[in-house]
Design a protein around this ligand. Structure first.
Ligand SMILES: Nc1nc2c(c(=O)[nH]1)N[C@H]1C(S)=C(S)[C@@H](COP(=O)(O)O)O[C@H]1N2
Ligand SMILES: [Mo]
Length: 333
């Protein structure tokens, strides 16, 4: 019996993640059945080794492209948050709700191959393989401030594709007023999605107005600190919208949908009075339970936390304020 191995599967063969996943599960269970029989270990090891090899080839390719990323004038010269802090202090509820959970629980998460479903108001809907999308893109390094709604912040050197250039390939139509994004659902690899106590109705969903999505600052990140994006930071592809609270920057994206109405977004739906659709960083609009006037910049100093003032639009007002001219930012928080 012939079973296609990952190395033989070309991106064009991959139609749908579900199809792929069942193929992979099939391979696993086949391996398991064979393992129970005559020539066990060798065969199942062969399958795993090929999966590993395929992943490594992919990582090498993408990291070569990351190394060749173009520097951006949008980068801040502020001191970067050290790599370890970026890796070990995260919000990624799919892996658990405490800050160290994503680091501790995401090691088994599989990022290759990765398909993205593109739907809605565009001329080129379909299922795209991430490998193809990245291969045909010029990557940029963007050192951005990241301001979480919980009032902590970091400075992170991302590498990615300007979202506008990615979205333009799908040729959105005039009806595309918003873009909706979804994170993968994979409870077998994401313990937070199995939790009975989760307040989130999976998948995690986010969205932007089309002009926000097309703004030159908006990035689809595939790397950070010159490496492929770590699992806990939203591998293999996540949004980075630097003038908005961190929860808008959705991780591990598997679906992009061009829509006419403001889409469902996860935190806005859980607590609309606390988390708006816009979620622009704004020191003048406090969270109902805490002030947004200042933030804790990570890491802390020798003598305790480093408190700094929060800037309007997280310091990107010059570039983005015009997107909201005439809008009441107290009402549209
Ligand atoms: N799918 C998904 N995306 C997510 C989150 C999440 O829980 N799930 N958390 C958000 C929040 S609240 C923040 S602050 C940033 C954190 O990104 P980082 O862990 O890479 O610093 O990711 C955002 N994207
Ligand atoms: Mo956040």
């Amino acid at each position: 019996m012939l079973i296609k191995q990952p190395l033989d599967i070309r991106p064009s063969d991959i139609t749908d993640e579900k199809v792929y996943l069942s193929r992979r599960q099939f391979m696993r269970s086949t391996a398991a059945v064979v393992a129970a029989g005559a020539a066990p270990a060798l065969l199942s090891q062969g399958v795993l080794a090929r999966e590993n090899a395929s992943r490594q080839v992919w990582v090498r390719k993408i990291e070569a492209q990351i190394a060749a990323a173009r520097k951006s004038p949008f980068s801040t010269s502020e001191e970067k948050t050290p790599f370890d802090d970026v890796l070990e202090y995260n919000n990624f509820y799919e892996f658990g709700t405490s800050k160290s959970d994503p680091y501790e629980n995401s090691e088994q998460f599989e990022i290759q191959p990765w398909a993205i479903k593109v739907e809605g108001a565009c001329h080129k809907p379909g299922t795209y393989h991430l490998e193809d999308l990245v291969k045909e893109s010029q990557l940029e390094e963007r050192i951005y401030r990241l301001r979480c709604v919980e009032a902590w912040s970091m400075v992170i050197p991302w590498v990615g594709i300007p979202l506008a250039s990615l979205l333009k390939r799908f040729e959105p139509t005039m009806n595309a007023k918003y873009v909706a994004f979804e994170t993968v659902v994979r409870p077998e690899q994401m313990p937070g999605q199995k939790s009975l106590f989760s307040s989130i109705d999976w998948p995690y969903r986010e969205g932007l107005r089309i002009d926000e999505a097309m703004h030159p600052l908006t990035l689809a990140a595939v790397g950070l600190y010159g490496k492929i994006l770590p699992n806990q930071n939203g591998a293999p592809i996540r949004l980075v919208v630097p003038w908005k609270y961190g929860f808008k920057s959705i991780k591990s994206i598997v679906a992009i949908r061009f829509v006419e109405e403001e889409p469902y977004t996860t935190w806005n739906n859980i607590a609309p009075n606390e988390y708006g659709f816009y979620a622009n960083v704004n020191p003048k609009v406090d969270h109902p339970r805490w002030s947004q006037k200042s933030e804790r910049r990570l890491p802390g100093g020798l003598f305790g936390p480093k408190r700094i003032e929060t800037q309007m639009f997280n310091g990107y007002a010059e570039q983005v304020a015009s997107l909201y001219s005439g809008m009441d930012l107290q009402a549209n928080y």
